[in-house]
Design a protein. Structure first.
Length: 171
């Protein structure tokens, strides 16, 4: 094919994509969670293992969440979105998600969020929790925070470090 034909096809595809994108409101926002073991004491250490991640896409008032986890000490049993007072503080389950029953797996779900839940999400008060057979009150947890760059281990972060704005702005 000639370059003119390829350029014409590329322009047509771009125009069609732009036309479809114009029909949909650009309200989708991404949140991410890094899942790590919940706090525990030495006696329970063997029951709290694993890691994972999740992405929540918010479109309007709908949350669509997908995530993966690996390395649990026992099979996963439940997954929830929990409401806490602030990041790092345990809270209460408010939404239940589908979770694979295994030491490695997936978590998925789609829910409509009410006004208070949307505010809690924006304030960093919602987290994903995965329970397991040996840790029925939570094995992994991770706060849903606005999508951001994650620096690798022992990699210095250049520029301002990511810190979500949890407090309401005042004048």
């Amino acid at each position: 094919m000639s370059c003119q034909i390829l350029n014409g096809i590329a322009a047509a595809v771009a125009l069609v994509c732009f036309a479809f994108a114009a029909d949909k409101p650009a309200t989708a926002k991404k949140y991410q969670a890094y899942l790590s073991p919940m706090p525990h004491n030495d006696a329970m250490h063997a029951n709290f293992r694993g890691k994972g991640n999740a992405i929540a896409i918010i479109t309007g008032d709908t949350m669509s969440l997908t995530g993966t986890f690996t390395g649990l000490a026992s099979p996963a049993t439940k997954a929830h979105i929990c409401l806490s007072m602030a990041p790092g503080i345990p809270g209460k389950p408010i939404l239940d998600f589908v979770v694979s029953s295994g030491v490695d797996g997936n978590v998925t779900g789609m829910f409509k969020l009410d006004k208070d839940q949307m505010v809690a999400l924006q304030r960093g008060q919602l987290y994903l929790q995965i329970d397991s057979e040996k840790a029925p009150n939570g094995n992994l947890w991770g706060w849903l925070l606005v999508e951001h760059e994650v620096a690798g281990q022992d990699v210095p972060q250049k520029g301002p470090w990511f810190q979500p704005e949890f407090a309401e702005k005042t004048k």
